[in-house]
Design a protein around this ligand. Structure first.
Ligand SMILES: *[C@@H]1O[C@H](CO)[C@@H](O)[C@H](O)[C@H]1NC(C)=O
Ligand SMILES: *[C@@H]1O[C@H](CO)[C@@H](O)[C@H](O)[C@H]1NC(C)=O
Ligand SMILES: *[C@@H]1O[C@H](CO)[C@@H](O)[C@H](O)[C@H]1NC(C)=O
Ligand SMILES: *[C@@H]1O[C@H](CO)[C@@H](O)[C@H](O)[C@H]1NC(C)=O
Ligand SMILES: *[C@@H]1O[C@H](CO)[C@@H](O)[C@H](O)[C@H]1NC(C)=O
Ligand SMILES: *[C@@H]1O[C@H](CO)[C@@H](O)[C@H](O)[C@H]1NC(C)=O
Ligand SMILES: *[C@@H]1O[C@H](CO)[C@@H](O)[C@H](O)[C@H]1NC(C)=O
Ligand SMILES: *[C@@H]1O[C@H](CO)[C@@H](O)[C@H](O)[C@H]1NC(C)=O
Ligand SMILES: *[C@@H]1O[C@H](CO)[C@@H](O)[C@H](O)[C@H]1NC(C)=O
Ligand SMILES: *[C@@H]1O[C@H](CO)[C@@H](O)[C@H](O)[C@H]1NC(C)=O
Ligand SMILES: *[C@@H]1O[C@H](CO)[C@@H](O)[C@H](O)[C@H]1NC(C)=O
Ligand SMILES: [Zn+2]
Length: 719
């Protein structure tokens, strides 16, 4: 999913500080534009209600289960192969009934006399449930039961299914086009005459495919999907695949069936369909893949930017991954009511309008950048997430981290003047460090079982922190090694799922092939210290006052509000040092091991009387503090000729100094930070100013109305 950021970040951050009073709330404000996950009222119950329906008598019995460890994972008795789904929604005010039929072709893996799958908010017609297949003549449905907590629908059979059997399970049901922005839902807009027009659309990630059709609704039950959609003749439908043919409805003269091509194997959460009266805007110069952006009538012009850039970004990722986009087309659609920023459904990406529509002369430059970023994010998912999917939601960070990391590369291809690599620093790294510097942060990998826990995972740790850690990996592996390892991984796991450990293996093999220095560790050893632990380190670089060529480097957990007895964490830190940004070969790399033990280096410094800067272009996900001597040298350089220091490292110095001061790591606290940042009066680059602006805003909010606040304003006006 794409994130839902629409407000300027400083505003969101300021608003959260003022009105909510906690930095954790930033994540919630930004990501939870979506409604509370459906069904949340059910899970506050401590007992589970199981409703049993016996087909013959229609008698319903309700049994109570004691609270305790509830297993939300489906049994693995079956593997679905093909879903044939036929849906006809009535899209009329007052009647949003969905008529549904599903047939699931599947293989039985273990002998069993019942079938368990997911449903939510639907009425299955008991008498239509059928199990068929070779040797299954006479197999009857004995009764069914439904557990509201786990959303398990269990079909108890009159006999046993045997491992290895192929069977088809089919049923008909009624559901409703809901208004909760999840499952198969309705959205509306006002046409030029002021009339309200409804459309029917979907949002399944993470656990809402089960609201549209009965299914094995977990990412590692991949199957093919053959979708058929019923619609009124004056509307159109789109889905993941192209339409194969359209036929009249048997007994509803105003309706037709659109029968779609069978999809590639994919997870249920990636299925999508939309029925609307929208306009199709084809991309002008699409390549192999047909690209179009759909919008409500009247917004056609605003799709131009998206249609302009999509094919180029798509081709960029084909080249990046060395794997062609596997579907014949890529539709994108601007949905008037949408919970997240966008959703990467394979071949049919859905967007909230502000994340894809752009009107030249009206929309801001920031709007344009957001459109480019969200498009690149969703297109990256077509490989990383769709082609190869993480095995379970606890690895969401890998999926979202890669899409976030690749966003700026995709945009860079079409909009180099946006300088996305530089912007990544404030938009992702510095932004998430504000949250991840809190003791209440959490590791990238998080256990999640029920839908509420899964929905909670879509936060800045999963997006921006993971993306930043992956960008750090690019730097210590090398971009070409990373790409080759990724390609091998994707080719190996195509149309399947994988875990992070599988990816680390492939990257490790490639690193070995090219003799990359990993300090004798595996990629997993290194990445585990970043993904399994919350927070990040502050690296302290100290020059020996007796001998400036010698440096001592150590690490400490960074916490923005330090407290007695805080647990220490240690990371495998890839260090980079530079003394001359105009000379690439003066860049030096070292590994700092995961302990409190400092490392002493005598072979890093070439120029004893010149500054040294650690964390070249902020590839590393950590802050850096120096001793007084080196801070002084940096300060003098900034004052005399700041352009000798790379613009990303200037922004790094601003952010690190102000945050180390605020968290009380910096020896001279705010004096040092204000002395360092006073160089900004000479700064003409956007990036360090944006960094400073974000930080000074926080400071001004803290000091607002105080004497110190007034002095701060004087100081800021001066620079
Ligand atoms: C909705 O429309 C369908 C098809 O016309 C009809 O069968 C059904 O009874 C209607 N439901 C309601 C609640 O009006
Ligand atoms: C539609 O499906 C049929 C049967 O699978 C196939 O033979 C035919 O080529 C398809 N038509 C189109 C237009 O894709
Ligand atoms: C789309 O591309 C065309 C041709 O390159 C260009 O003239 C036009 O300004 C672009 N439109 C937008 C909205 O970027
Ligand atoms: C810090 O977080 C840990 C959990 O990781 C918790 O046990 C501890 O109480 C927290 N300390 C403070 C001071 O918030
Ligand atoms: C994937 O990689 C594993 C381990 O390297 C190998 O055993 C397996 O055959 C590969 N599978 C495919 C489909 O390439
Ligand atoms: C350091 O990393 C190694 C290898 O990853 C691990 O075995 C060890 O437990 C770690 N030590 C600490 C103090 O975290
Ligand atoms: C340093 O390396 C970068 C990336 O490889 C390259 O773009 C740049 O031109 C090099 N700079 C110098 C001064 O060699
Ligand atoms: C670049 O740095 C390398 C390594 O520090 C050094 O040997 C070389 O003399 C430097 N080149 C220039 C032109 O300063
Ligand atoms: C400083 O340290 C370096 C490296 O250890 C050494 O070669 C040099 O002699 C030392 N200089 C002084 C003045 O001690
Ligand atoms: C400042 O440094 C830049 C980059 O090294 C250099 O091009 C410029 O000439 C320097 N300016 C002055 C006034 O020394
Ligand atoms: C802190 O800064 C003061 C003032 O420059 C200096 O005297 C002192 O040695 C510094 N302390 C440390 C631990 O660097
Ligand atoms: Zn995403």
């Amino acid at each position: 999913m794409g994130k839902g950021v629409t407000l300027p970040k400083w505003l969101v951050i300021a608003a959260c500080i003022i009105f909510v009073g906690g930095m954790v709330a930033v994540g919630l404000c930004v990501y939870y534009l979506a409604p509370p996950p459906p069904g949340s009222e059910v899970t506050t119950d401590t007992t589970s209600t199981v409703t049993e329906t016996t087909t013959q008598t229609d008698m319903t019995t309700t049994t109570l289960r004691p609270p305790g460890d509830i297993n939300y994972r489906l049994p693995r008795h079956f593997s679905p192969i093909l879903y044939t789904v036929r849906l006809l929604p009535i899209i009329e005010e007052g009647n949003f009934t969905i008529f549904g039929d599903v047939t699931i072709d599947m293989v039985c893996n273990e002998n069993t006399n019942h079938i368990v799958l997911h449903i939510n908010d639907m009425d299955v017609h008991q008498e239509t449930i059928k199990v068929s297949g070779e040797g299954l003549e006479g197999m009857m449905v004995h009764h069914t039961s439904f557990d509201q907590i786990t959303q398990f629908f269990t079909i108890h059979l009159s006999g046993e299914l045997k491992a290895g059997m192929q069977l088809s399970l089919s049923m008909s049901y009624l559901a409703k086009l809901n208004d909760i922005l999840g499952g198969f839902y309705r959205s509306s807009y006002f046409d030029v005459n002021g009339n309200r027009r409804y459309i029917a659309t979907t949002q399944f990630q993470p656990t809402d495919a089960r609201r549209a059709f009965p299914c094995f609704d977990e990412p590692n039950f991949k199957a093919r999907f053959a979708i058929t959609l019923g619609r009124k003749k004056d509307m159109t439908s789109i889905s993941n695949m192209p339409i194969n043919r359209t036929v009249p409805h048997e007994n509803m003269p105003d309706y037709e069936w659109d029968i779609y091509e069978e999809s590639v194997p994919m997870s249920t959460y990636l299925v999508a369909f939309v029925i609307s009266d929208f306009v199709k805007n084809p991309a002008p110069n699409a390549g192999e893949t047909e690209v179009a952006v759909w919008s409500r009538p009247g917004a056609e012009e605003q799709t131009r930017y998206a249609t302009n850039i999509t094919s180029t970004v798509l081709e960029y990722f084909e080249e990046f991954f060395q794997i062609p986009y596997p579907l014949p087309k890529q539709d994108m659609i601007a949905i008037p009511d949408f919970g997240a920023g966008a959703m990467e459904n394979w071949g049919l990406i859905t967007y909230r309008e502000t994340a894809v529509l752009y009107q030249p002369g009206v929309s801001s430059a920031q709007n344009k950048q957001r459109v480019a970023v969200v498009i690149a994010h969703e297109l990256a998912h077509q490989w990383f997430g769709n082609l190869v999917t993480t095995d379970w939601w606890d690895l969401l960070w890998l999926n979202e981290g890669f899409a976030t990391y690749l966003e700026f590369k995709g945009v860079d291809r079409v909009e180099p003047e946006m300088k996305m690599e530089q912007q990544y620093l404030n938009d992702a790294i510095h932004y998430v460090m504000q949250l991840d510097g809190l003791n209440s942060s959490h590791p990238m990998i998080m256990p999640a079982n029920n839908p509420d826990e899964i929905n909670e995972l879509f936060d800045p740790i999963a997006y921006e922190k993971s993306g930043s850690v992956l960008r750090m990996m690019e730097d210590f592996l090398g971009l070409e090694v990373l790409k080759e390892g990724l390609t091998n991984y994707l080719n190996n796991r195509t149309y399947d799922t994988a875990t992070a450990d599988v990816l680390w293996e492939f990257l490790g093999d490639t690193a070995t092939k090219y003799s990359v220095d990993l300090n004798g560790l595996t990629v997993k050893d290194i990445l585990d210290t970043w993904s399994l632990q919350k927070n990040f380190p502050v690296v302290k670089v100290e020059r020996n006052p007796e001998n400036y060529t010698e440096i001592t480097v150590s690490q400490k957990r960074f916490i923005s509000a330090q407290f007695e007895g805080a647990e220490e964490y240690y990371w495998h830190v890839p260090l980079t040092f530079i003394q001359d940004f105009s000379n690439n070969s003066s860049l030096k790399r070292r590994w700092l091991s995961n302990s409190s033990e400092p490392a002493v280096y005598t072979d890093i410094i070439d120029e004893p009387n010149s500054w040294i800067i650690c964390n070249h272009k902020v590839f590393g996900y950590y802050r850096v503090d120096y001793d007084e001597i080196n801070w002084d040298l940096i300060q003098v350089q900034l004052q005399t000729n700041h352009t000798k220091i790379d613009v990303m490292n200037r922004a790094q110095i601003v952010d690190d100094a102000l945050n180390l001061a605020s968290a009380d790591y910096l020896n001279q606290t705010y004096k040092r930070a204000m002395d360092l940042t006073s160089y900004l009066k000479n700064e003409f680059d956007w990036l360090p100013w944006e960094t400073a602006d974000n930080n000074f805003d926080r400071l001004r909010n803290l000091l607002s109305g105080t004497e110190a606040g007034a002095l701060l304003n004087v100081c800021l006006l001066k620079i």
